[in-house]
Design a protein around this ligand. Structure first.
Ligand code: OAD
Length: 233
């Protein structure tokens, strides 16, 4: 059985990283159009770097939680393929021992807004930092902003159409294309499961649901899959 997993901010919430759309979430505190669009960066690069420098500092202090570790265990011990796609820009999956396709980019990388070169981000970045490839002072975070194309889309497409089980964890299902993955996977024949603190706005698109904090629901689900007790095998 091939399992394709999509994670969102909810999987890192119990590590102390804020989600975007929960009450007091990041988009209640910041204007998305100012800090998460190419236009906002062109208008005020200092504000955008301040926002992502703070996210990078928070992520560096955070530790993976039981949900990240359980998913890494699933990848190690499940006999079939396990593919992990994340909308998160933190590195908590990697620090729990599992590589993920970061479709919305990564705080750990910098990118040249001019030539597109990518390199390892320093903790505190500035637009004045010169690009190591073209030397221009056009450094931006390697984050996929609204209006930009998410990464790994061709590979993700293949995985969605060959999945036996698609699982979305800790995501509100409000941002496309990720929000449409459940429909694509289901159309190709996959069973679908949502694991979230509460039913998301797109909960009705899933065959099955597990409700509760990811640090509890995900390890329980992984135990069931690995023991053969899950009906979604
Ligand atoms: P959201 O903040 O939109 O949704 C987080 C989801 O996690 C909500 O449905 C919460 O109910 C749920 N949640 C909160 N705490 C949880 C917990 N402890 N256990 C399980 N679930 C929990 O975050 P995303 O769906 O990841 O994009 O947001 C998608 C994208 O929108 C982000 O990647 C980001 C944002 O704008 C960009 O910045 C491009």
């Amino acid at each position: 059985m091939k399992i394709v997993i999509l994670t969102g901010a909810g999987v890192s919430a119990e590590s102390g990283l804020g989600t975007f759309r929960d009450k007091d979430g990041l988009w209640a505190q910041y204007d998305l159009s100012e800090v998460a669009t190419p236009e906002g960066f062109a208008r005020n690069p200092v504000k955008v770097h301040d926002f992502y420098n703070a996210r990078r500092a928070n992520a560096a202090e955070a530790e993976p939680n039981a949900a990240h570790f359980a998913l890494a265990r699933l990848a190690r011990e499940h006999v079939g393929d396990v593919v992990l796609i994340t909308q998160n820009v933190d590195d908590l999956h990697e620090r729990a021992g599992q590589d993920a396709m970061h479709m919305h980019g990564a705080l750990s990388r910098a990118k040249c807004a001019d030539c597109g070169a990518k390199w390892a981000a320093v903790l505190k970045m500035s637009a004045r930092d010169p690009c190591p490839t073209c030397s221009r002072p056009a450094t931006r975070p390697d984050i996929v902003w609204f209006g930009e194309m998410p990464e790994y889309m061709d590979e993700i497409e293949v995985h969605l159409t060959t999945a036996d089980l698609f699982v979305a964890i800790g995501t509100s299902g409000q941002v496309y294309p990720a929000a449409g993955f459940v429909v694509e996977a289901a159309r190709a024949g996959a069973a679908t499961l949502e694991i979230n603190l509460e039913p998301s706005d797109v909960a009705g698109l899933f065959d099955d649901q597990r409700i509760g904090p990811a640090s509890e629901t995900v390890p329980r689900w992984v135990d069931e899959v690995l023991s053969g007790a899950s009906s979604k095998q």
